[in-house]
Design a protein around this ligand. Structure first.
Ligand code: AMP
Ligand code: ZN
Length: 115
């Protein structure tokens, strides 16, 4: 998929887009449109990376910022102490739907065991 057809690139490019609840020079955050938990946010790099398969040493700052912002968002949503899960889907077996790297932040209820 080209970046011109990518929904997350479209949001990243449009600084007036209403969806992001957080933006900085590396990442933005939106509420998932089909939430799987009371808190379900997506932490998304501004730069188009189709998936984890495309990261390398040059992406260390972005990957670090995704975790820093995830914890900041969790704190704002009041789930740091109750707990939350961060998840990144990679490829077909994970069910990855959107080919622009994003990290899910899920919380606000018991999430059950993984797997
Ligand atoms: P994944 O399976 O990891 O690719 O997850 C894609 C997620 O993006 C799903 O949970 C969708 O509900 C969510 N989603 C799709 N389009 C949008 C959008 N425009 N804004 C917010 N969330 C979206
Ligand atoms: Zn993109």
């Amino acid at each position: 998929m080209s970046t011109s057809q990518c929904i997350f690139c479209a949001i990243a490019r449009d600084s007036a887009h209403e969806s992001p609840i957080y933006r900085d020079d590396q990442v933005f955050v939106v509420k998932d449109i089909n939430p799987k938990a009371p808190v379900h946010l997506l932490i998304i790099p501004n730069m188009h990376l189709a998936s984890l398969a495309y990261i390398g040493p040059g992406q260390v700052p972005i990957m670090g910022q995704m975790f820093i912002v995830a914890e900041e968002m969790a704190r704002r949503e009041g789930v740091t102490l109750s707990g939350y899960r961060l998840a990144v889907n990679q490829g077909k077996d994970s069910g990855q739907e959107i080919e622009h790297l994003h990290m899910h932040l899920l919380g606000g209820q018991g999430l059950g065991a993984m797997g």
